[in-house]
Design a protein around this ligand. Structure first.
Ligand code: DGL
Length: 264
């Protein structure tokens, strides 16, 4: 019997940073990845739109691929919709992402943490509850990185660089000096894709935290069927131009992908 796939979706290519961690943790597991690139970015859209897209993609993944588990590889969609997805699909294990504020509070020596995320994530009820739960453990400097996920999605290098510079400098002084931000949370799955650039702007001493590896471990814990041998089948679909996802998969995962053009 073949193992059913794990479904993974994001507003676009950002979830590839999560899929990279998932494949490292679960090397034999089949995955189906959906990029909602035709509707990206989510981070500056209203919540209703993100909820409707998350519901449509989840229904599609169940119906067309009979997924055994869903990973919402998007902080914005998790914040907006994960509780509604769980209500609608009580029989489906669903793993979401949240910005790594708790690990950051533990790791920061200066007690000053920068958080880079989308406007939608930072404005959400879910993020507010998370922030409130750790607010007494560190000072969090929040930055809504308008435009950055979109620039990464389009691979617009001059814009990526200009926006990354603007948003990082808005955090204030970063480094190990007393009072400086020494830990930065990458609270959007697109941002790990430009980690070298962020690292060059933040300096070598700042700790960067993302959620891919913990999410992969959590996925392993909840998986009903774990594939333990064989080369897994990977399936790809995008609501945007298939060649964009194909290029991104080649670039970040080193894989040749045949991408289905999806209309949902
Ligand atoms: N990658 C997504 C996240 O983790 C959203 C980016 C966007 O579409 O704005 O928040």
């Amino acid at each position: 019997m073949t193992t059913r796939p794990v479904g993974v979706f994001d507003s676009g290519i950002g979830g590839l940073s999560v899929l990279r961690a998932l494949r490292a943790e679960l090397p034999h597991q089949p995955f189906v990845y959906v990029a909602d690139s035709g509707q990206a970015p989510y981070g500056e859209r209203d919540t209703g739109h993100v909820v409707a897209r998350s519901q449509a993609l989840t229904r599609h993944l169940r119906k067309a691929h009979d997924i055994q588990t869903l990973v919402v590889a998007c902080n914005t969609a998790t914040a907006a919709a994960i509780h509604l997805l769980r209500d609608e699909h009580p029989d489906l294990p669903i793993v979401g992402l949240e910005p790594a504020l708790k690990p950051a509070a533990l790791a920061s020596h200066n007690g000053r943490v920068g958080v880079l995320a989308t406007r939608g994530t930072l404005a959400s009820v879910k993020f507010k509850a998370l922030h409130d739960s750790v607010a007494n453990q560190a000072t969090f400097v929040l930055r809504a990185c308008d435009g950055l996920a979109d620039a990464i999605e389009r691979q617009d290098l001059p814009r990526i660089e200009a926006l990354a510079r603007e948003h990082v400098s808005a955090l204030g002084i970063c480094g190990l000096a007393a009072g400086a931000i020494d830990t930065v949370v990458l609270g959007c799955t697109h941002y790990p894709l430009i980690e070298p650039l962020l690292r060059s702007l933040l300096g070598p001493d700042v700790l960067l935290l993302e959620s891919g590896a913990p999410v992969a471990r959590q996925t392993r814990r909840v998986l009903p069927e774990l594939a333990q041998i064989g080369v897994p089948v990977l399936a790809w679909a995008s609501t945007g131009p298939p060649e964009d996802l194909q290029r991104a998969v080649q670039r970040w995962l080193g894989l040749q992908a045949r991408v289905e053009a999806l209309r949902v």
